[in-house]
Design a protein around this ligand. Structure first.
Ligand code: MSP
Length: 482
């Protein structure tokens, strides 16, 4: 890749409720890549954006239900969301809120550009709307009960209202070319095919404002003060707000959006058309991940199976949650997670795996009194295979490769039995020194490699193995007690 600046984004979460582990997964996926880029490029050129989507019907209704002002409600939820992702050590550079004053101004200006370009016109919308998706629906998109397949318990709304429409259909051929020629990369491949299939059915223009008398909670449309911007024509622009404010929305920056499968269409088909209309740079890549279920069920409040990321962090530590979700999360297909599986993985890969390897190595090197050169952590010691997996954003596969290296070193220790060398009087013979040196070098490499996944443990191991002699310390991942 020739671009040397990076803008990495996640979807911004609705504020109808505090985020759960499913939402957090996406932040971790983006965080791992941001950390990897900072390790392999100039760290100051990496910008990682996340935040909250605060306008629109769902947020307003949630506030009404609580009997407090919408502003008060979204502020509270936004702060709680931020605390959740902080608990996971997500290293964002900005936590944007769509109520931030710079965004409110920039979104209105963006919309005005589309107006100036002749892509916005007044019309009447008569049709169906799913408030949970904040999305217009056609009959063919509903299930056999006439409900939204993503929100089967929510009633579909019938809207008839005067709106301003965006001339989306005008961009049909532009979008086809963009995706077919991979000028915008849509990953994984299956999602790219899905987007192309949808596009080939034909795009219809969509409303991009809502009348204020129906929905006052939004950004006022600059061409008509009785309208607010439709929530997607506000939320998507958050990327441009933060990007342009940091001089990153240009062709020198590699722009990648991480999103879930339910909102791929907005990012792959609407967002590039909006940018083209307003005359701005397009993103390079949209990575679409699957959904996480819990014990075989969709995670939802009504099912009562919501787990907050911080609950897991309190019990197992941020690194363990990060590792489990990054390695076993829904990076391509939907996956099921469960606490028993998490505990199994924790014990095998972290407590007995990495934790035990570091502990036994440090102990044997300390006993041998081995003296070595101080560590040089300036280069990220990835193999070409790891680099190739990172270039496809497959953090899960990188984790597999790193843990193979961990297992290989464990096997080497079992085979060479360094504790037997310690019993001999010649612990520092040339041949033995090779063993001590290999152990030192490999643990230092592993400490660097795991950093995008488990930054706290990485920092601890790096510090422990930084100097000329290595001292043992207490275990990194305590064994679980039932
Ligand atoms: N506000 C919109 C996004 C606007 S982006 C300009 C939205 N918000 S959301 O809160 O409903 O979802 C935020 C992100 O979390 C989406 O990418 C969504 O796909 C993802 N996930 C929500 N539930 C999830 C799982 N159970 N599993 C994995 N990701 C999940 O959509």
């Amino acid at each position: 890749m020739d671009k040397q600046k990076f803008l990495i984004t996640t979807a911004i979460d609705y504020c109808n409720d505090v985020i759960h582990v499913g939402h957090a997964y996406e932040k971790l996926l983006a965080d791992a890549l941001a950390r990897y880029y900072r390790l392999t490029h100039e760290a100051k050129n990496v910008y990682f954006l996340t935040g909250t989507d605060e306008h629109g019907t769902t947020n307003e209704k949630a506030a009404q239900k609580r009997g407090i002002s919408t502003e008060e409600h979204v502020t509270e939820i936004s702060q709680k969301d931020q605390a959740q992702i902080d608990s996971l050590n997500v290293s964002y550079d900005r936590f944007i809120r769509t109520t931030d004053s710079d965004h409110v101004q920039i979104a209105a200006d963006f919309y005005q550009k589309a107006v100036d370009n002749g892509d916005i016109y007044k019309g009447t919308y008569e049709g169906l709307y799913c408030e949970s998706c904040e999305s217009y629906k056609t009959l063919t998109e509903l299930d056999e009960n006439g409900q939204c397949p993503l929100h089967p318990t929510k009633e579909i709304q019938k809207y008839e209202e005067e709106n301003y429409f965006f001339a989306w259909s005008k961009y049909q051929d532009f979008l086809l070319d963009l995706i077919e020629s991979n000028k915008i990369q849509v990953l994984p491949d299956g999602k790219r095919s899905e987007m192309l299939a949808f596009l080939r059915e034909g795009l219809q223009d969509i409303p991009v404002t809502r009348p204020k008398y129906k929905l006052p909670w939004g950004i006022t449309a600059p061409n008509d003060e009785d309208h607010v911007l439709y929530v997607w024509f506000d939320a998507l622009i958050n990327y441009f707000t933060a990007g342009s404010q940091n001089n990153l929305w240009n062709d020198e920056t590699f722009i990648i959006h991480f999103v879930g499968k339910d909102i791929a269409r907005w990012h792959v088909l609407l967002w590039p058309a909006m940018l083209q209309s307003a005359g701005y740079q397009l993103p390079d890549t949209v990575y679409v991940h699957g959904f996480m279920n819990l014990n075989g069920q969709k995670i939802s409040k009504s099912r009562g199976n919501v787990i907050a990321p911080s609950e897991l962090v309190d019990k197992y530590g941020a690194d363990a949650v990060r590792y489990y979700l990054l390695k076993h999360g829904p990076i391509v297909e939907d996956v099921d997670i469960s606490i028993p599986q998490f505990e199994e993985v924790y014990t095998a890969d972290l407590a007995n795996g990495l934790g035990n390897l570091v502990a036994r190595t440090a102990k044997v090197l300390e006993k041998a009194g081995y003296q070595t050169k101080p560590a040089d952590y300036s280069q990220y010691p990835q193999t070409p295979e790891m680099e190739s997996r990172w270039s496809e954003y497959r953090a899960d596969q990188v984790a597999i490769l790193i843990w193979e290296k961990i297992r290989d070193l464990d096997k080497y220790i079992d085979e060479t039995k360094p504790w037997e060398l310690l019993k001999s009087n010649e612990v520092l013979s040339a041949e033995n020194s090779n063993v001590w040196e290999k152990l030192t070098v490999e643990i230092r490499e592993i400490a660097q490699l795991v950093e995008p996944f488990i930054p706290d443990a990485a920092a601890k191991i790096k510090a422990q193995f930084a100097g000329t002699s290595i001292a043992s310390t207490e275990g990194l991942f305590p064994r679980l007690t039932s």
